[in-house]
Design a protein around this ligand. Structure first.
Ligand SMILES: *Cc1c(COP(=O)(O)O)cnc(C)c1O
Length: 361
């Protein structure tokens, strides 16, 4: 079997150790004579898998008991709607920070249900290359939360840190940088993430929310869209995404073996530096994101000479570097360096960036 370096933005590379374990578990799980995705979710094995995954998350990310951890479906995109549905009563408002396509979509969904929801920052004029200082944003009195996208997958920007105290509780879409570094959950009221970037396969969405939010339940919502129902049923109101939870469980153990989130932050910084150094050290590549807003997870850049784009991608493929084409909205290139991308892949990309510049620059 040959594996190449897959820099795709999502679904994205997973640890090869996890995939090997998963291949076995799909055929036979815990000596039950059947695979993990063939078993009833009401068996002790699957209930155990789910509760173990929750404890692993609590330990890894330091999530106390006053936060609920849910395994849902529908992707991050369904959370764009579920958040305002569950957190706002009719007529209530929330503030939204727009830092890219995903935050625009989150705002759009919120406005369908609560037209008074407001955009308090838009990065559109800077082509979403720069993130605002959250402490300087003027929020509306009476707003129930401030929605942000922690890492903008398409533009390659990421909030470097979060203010300790803001006038509003933060709700964050962390789909593309969850668990890439330690998380101070107390800065947030709710976070959500589609699994397919940094946690596992698509089909699983992780939601972590303060239990306080569950008390103000909206009984007028469709049952499947209510956080309180999923919480009361330990994410087993209906059949949960067992396959996703299984892979997540293996990824969480893999993270734990590698020094947890502190360990990840160290290696992720080293990985990103390899790519940013190659971009900064040249007049040939142009980084998209403003330096202070650069992401550890998605590095975006362009070639000064756009005519060389095809050569760049073809040459990369020859060196087993795949998935580097940028999103159509930004053009150029994007290297996604999620937790599972080994540092060797970043060294190889660094070397390719320099070789390509030597040859064509
Ligand atoms: C990929 C992505 C999404 C979309 O996730 P789905 O699970 O496909 O709905 C939303 N937000 C961010 C930040 C993303 O990177």
């Amino acid at each position: 079997m040959k594996r190449i370096y897959n820099f795709s933005a999502g679904p994205a590379t997973l640890p090869v150790e996890v995939l090997a374990q998963a291949a076995t578990g799909i055929q036979e799980f815990q000596n039950r004579g059947m695979g993990v995705i063939e078993m009833s979710h009401r068996t002790p094995e699957i209930e155990g898998l789910t509760s173990e995954s929750i404890s692993l998350i609590r330990t890894l990310a330091d999530i106390p008991d006053d936060y609920e951890i849910l395994f849902l479906q529908g992707g991050a995109s369904l959370q764009f709607a579920m958040v305002p549905m569950n957190l706002l009563q009719p007529g209530e408002i929330a503030d939204y920070v727009t830092t890219g396509v995903w935050s625009e979509k989150a705002l759009h969904e919120a406005m369908l249900l609560h037209p008074a929801v407001r955009e308090v920052f838009s990065g559109k004029d800077s082509q979403f290359a720069e993130l605002p200082d959250l402490e300087k944003i003027t929020t509306h009195s009476g707003a129930k939360y401030l929605h942000i996208t922690s890492n903008n997958t398409i533009y390659g920007t990421q909030f470097p840190d979060y203010p300790k105290s803001l006038p509003l509780p933060i709700v964050a879409d962390m789909s593309s940088d969850i668990f890439c570094r330690p998380l101070n959950i107390h800065s947030f009221q709710l976070i959500y993430a589609g699994a397919q970037k940094n946690l596992g396969p698509s089909g699983l969405t992780l939601v972590i929310l303060h239990k306080e939010l569950l008390r103000k339940k909206r009984t007028d919502l469709p049952t499947m869209l209510r956080y309180d129902v999923h919480a009361a049923n330990q994410s087993m109101y209906n059949t949960p995404p067992v396959f996703g939870i299984f892979i997540l469980n293996l990824v969480l153990k893999w993270l734990q073996d590698r020094g947890g989130l502190q360990g990840m932050e160290l290696i992720n910084k080293e990985k990103a530096k390899l790519i940013y150094d190659a971009i900064d050290g040249s007049g040939f590549y142009i980084g998209h994101a403003a330096k202070k807003s650069r992401s550890l997870m998605n590095v975006t850049w362009n070639l000064r000479d756009k005519k060389l784009e095809r050569e760049f991608l073809e040459g990369a493929k020859e060196r087993d570097l795949d998935g580097l084409k940028g999103h159509r909205l930004v053009g150029g290139f994007r290297a996604s360096l999620y937790n599972a991308m080994p540092i060797e892949g970043c060294r190889e990309l660094n070397s390719y960036l320099m070789d390509f510049e030597k040859r064509y620059g």
